[in-house]
Design a protein. Structure first.
Length: 305
């Protein structure tokens, strides 16, 4: 176990965490960033952001890489570890990871969110063999083939639009009668003739042998079940907060996201939360940036910087 002292530790190197780390170090705070996977979080594989924040590159990969290079050049210590616990005490905050324990005067939780699973039969069995949650990464593998996309929000529509560039047919199944997505994405669907919208339709099972060969769907209006022959299945039905390590004193909303005040403060001294992990997060990268700014301003004020 190691114990290292920092002014600020940022948990998570998605866009919120990278932005927070950059702003903190620019204020002269000794800053570390802890990430358990690759930097970039949810946007690391997105080739075309819609919208991209003002002044940012159109590619999520490029945006995250630029931020990562900036924080490294500015002197942020990048630690590769999984955070498993947090404790606030009079001496500051201790961050427990699989690589040791780190101490900081302030911690910003920017651990974001994970894509939800539908929990239907076959979904996990065919992971990597036809089941994917990244159209930008895997789309080219479905050239000339049929796929099913599930969801009715921004990310499902974005995935369907990306896949339509490669696939002969994209079946977009949505349980509702209207989308909950940005209007410009809804408008774009109409010009992609190979996207078929299946309203009031849910996926019940992913079927196959060596790989995916079909999806069983149910038409909720008719009560009828049928099989769509396809080789790919992409469910984008929302996010679940990645904050198992956060102490129970930090309240969660009904969806499991961390509750803070408007200054991104949690009830625990020295612990802040921002971005997709936070209840009330707006959902776009522009919101991630704004929340990172607020969290750093709050932490810096508390540290007298
Ligand atoms: C498919 C899709 C497309 C999108 N497209 C757009 C778009 O075009 N434009 C737009 O504005 N927004 C878009 N969004 C929304 C945007 O991606 C998110 O709002 C934003 O990326 C959230 O950033 P974040 O840093 O808060 O969280 P995340 O991106 O989730 O980053 C959190 C990071 O924390 C790490 N982490 C988690 N737990 C731990 C732990 N215990 N220890 C260490 N590290 C940990 C994770 O590995 C991850 O790297 C899209 C989202 C999705 C899902």
């Amino acid at each position: 176990m190691s114990a290292t002292s920092h002014d600020v530790i940022v948990i998570g190197a998605g866009i919120t965490g990278l932005t927070a780390a950059k702003l903190a170090v620019q204020r002269g705070l000794k800053t570390a960033s802890i990430e358990m996977m690759m930097f970039g979080g949810l946007v690391i594989n997105i080739n075309e952001l819609e919208p991209a924040p003002a002044g940012a590159p159109a590619s999520g990969t490029e945006y995250a890489s630029n931020l990562m290079m900036e924080i490294s050049d500015l002197g942020v210590e990048n630690l590769s570890a999984t955070v498993s616990g947090l404790g606030a005490g009079p001496g500051g905050v201790s961050v427990t990871t699989d690589a040791g324990i780190y101490q900081a005067r302030a911690v910003i939780i920017a651990s974001g969110a994970k894509q939800k699973r539908l929990g239907i039969p076959g979904e996990l069995d065919f992971e990597g063999r036809g089941v994917s949650q990244c159209a930008d990464c895997d789309g080219p593998m479905y050239q000339g083939q049929e796929v099913v996309v599930v969801g009715g929000g921004d990310s499902a529509l974005q995935e369907a639009l990306v896949l339509s560039q490669f696939c002969s047919q994209v079946h977009l199944a949505h349980r509702g009668t209207q989308f909950r997505a940005q209007q410009h994405l809804i408008d774009k669907l109409a010009s992609h003739k190979n996207i078929q919208i299946l309203w009031q339709t849910v996926a019940e099972a992913v079927l196959g042998g060596d790989g995916v060969s079909g999806v069983r769907v149910k038409d909720l209006a008719q009560g009828a079940t049928r099989e769509i022959a396809c080789t790919g299945f992409f469910a984008n039905v929302g996010l679940t907060a990645a904050c198992e390590f956060a102490p129970p004193e930090i309240k969660r909303d009904a969806g499991g996201f961390l509750v803070t005040d408007g200054s991104m403060r949690t009830p625990l001294a020295g612990i802040y939360a921002a971005g997709a992990v936070r209840a009330g997060y707006g959902g776009l990268l522009s919101h991630a940036i704004a929340e990172a700014e607020t969290a750093v301003a709050s932490a810096a004020a508390a540290l007298g910087k």
